[in-house]
Design a protein around this ligand. Structure first.
Ligand SMILES: *Cc1c(COP(=O)(O)O)cnc(C)c1O
Length: 377
């Protein structure tokens, strides 16, 4: 039985996806990307499941996310790659968090923290190869690599990795980025750096661009059992969606023809209809954009969302046939908003399509009010 608002996460699916992905790519190392609370799935339990499934690295954006994993007792290698100017590099170095470095300033900040602690920091140099986000630009490689080599010789840090990230804009753009990355790795080696971990690919490139695999790939969306591709489903990729978003029917109502539903009466019942109130809204990550388009699963069937998605709730139309009793749906019954489509429920990708966005956003934006329940830990 599900809770009022609940995201059920199957950790067996996380383990299985990781094992399957690792086998598929065959790289010496595989990172599980668990940033943003593991794309909404719960960072600590997902990190443990991913490690059990064969990941040997964890990846996060912020140092705070890495420290939270350490606080939970996770001692696997962790890489954090997006830093505030005042980021606590000292806490990161002290907790053995490897730092993705995008500038000479960050390199110096990390070296200062290491000097103060009397430790050697581990860093991965992040190269800008086309996304125009963070990463060291080609024009600055010589300077930054030389500084890194000097700090390495001084025992303050080790350059254990070189990394970048692809745009997926097109095969051509990714090829240019790949070539740029290879120039960067070669330049780092020429200067005397010896990065053991060379990594460029996230899920999409890991699966479809073998030349981008190098010594490690970083799995995010696929770890969660979702497809990064428009032309392939989870099942096509051999993946099982780990999250199922559920709620319990809060109200059942029979309305007459012409009854307005939710704000602005975006939808009016064309004839007598049975409506079900679902207690999740945009505060819980349900896209308002999906008003009137998405489907939910109740008692083995899919029914349409009608009217506007509100902050806390939305309405589903069970249709015109019979009364509420005949539909057999009662207050307290389980509603599956999305889950594994193999069960007949809509997928997170179906919701993404309904809201004109991507499955990443659907799962990651599930709000704090939604209880996470982890199965098969
Ligand atoms: C989020 C992120 C990933 C994971 O990407 P997916 O497409 O979810 O696999 C990998 N690398 C970096 C640098 C990221 O920011």
């Amino acid at each position: 039985m599900s809770g009022f608002r609940e995201a059920v996460i199957d950790l067996a699916a996380i383990r299985g996806n990781m094992a399957h992905l690792r086998e598929l790519v065959g790289t010496p190392h595989a990172m599980a990307v668990v940033k943003a609370n593991a794309y909404g799935h719960g960072a600590v339990p997902v990190a443990r499941a991913a490690l059990a499934g064969g990941a040997d690295w964890l990846g996060v954006a912020d140092i705070d996310e890495a420290l939270a994993l350490r606080d939970a007792g996770i001692d696997a290698p962790i890489l954090a790659w997006l830093h505030d100017i005042d980021a606590d590099f000292s806490a990161a170095v002290d907790d053995d968090v490897t730092l993705g470095i995008s500038s000479a300033l960050q390199l110096q900040q990390v070296a200062d923290a290491a000097a103060e602690l009397g430790r050697t920091a581990s860093v991965h140099l992040k190269l800008e190869t086309g996304l125009s986000r963070n990463g060291v630009h080609e024009n600055d490689w010589a300077n930054v690599f030389a500084l890194a080599a000097a700090l390495e010789q001084g025992g303050l840090l080790r350059v254990d990795g070189v990394m970048s990230h692809l745009s997926n804009a097109s095969a051509y753009d990714d090829q240019l980025a790949l070539e740029c990355f290879e120039r960067g790795v070669a330049a780092a080696r020429t200067i005397g750096l010896t990065p053991a971990l060379v990594h460029l690919a996230s899920s999409a490139a890991a699966l479809r661009l073998p030349a981008a695999r190098f010594s490690m790939v970083r799995f995010g969306i696929t770890l969660y059992g979702l497809s990064p591709f428009e032309d392939a489903t989870s099942a096509d990729l051999g993946l099982v969606p780990a999250m199922s978003l559920r709620g319990r029917v809060a109200h059942v109502r029979r309305v007459g023809a012409g009854a307005g539903v939710s704000y602005d009466y975006l939808w009016r019942a064309p004839h007598e209809s049975t409506l079900v109130l679902v207690p999740l809204g945009y505060a819980d990550g349900i896209p308002r954009q999906a008003s009137g388009t998405a489907l939910v699963h109740i008692h083995g069937k899919n029914y349409p969302v009608v009217g506007r998605v509100a902050m806390d709730q939305f309405v589903v139309n069970l249709g015109s046939t019979g009364d509420a009793d005949a539909c057999g749906v009662a207050v307290g019954d389980e509603i599956v908003l999305f889950g594994d489509p193999a069960t007949g429920a809509p997928s997170a990708t179906d919701w993404a399509d309904a809201a004109d966005t991507i499955n990443y956003e659907i799962v990651t934006r599930i709000g704090h009010r939604v209880t996470r329940r982890h199965l098969n830990g």
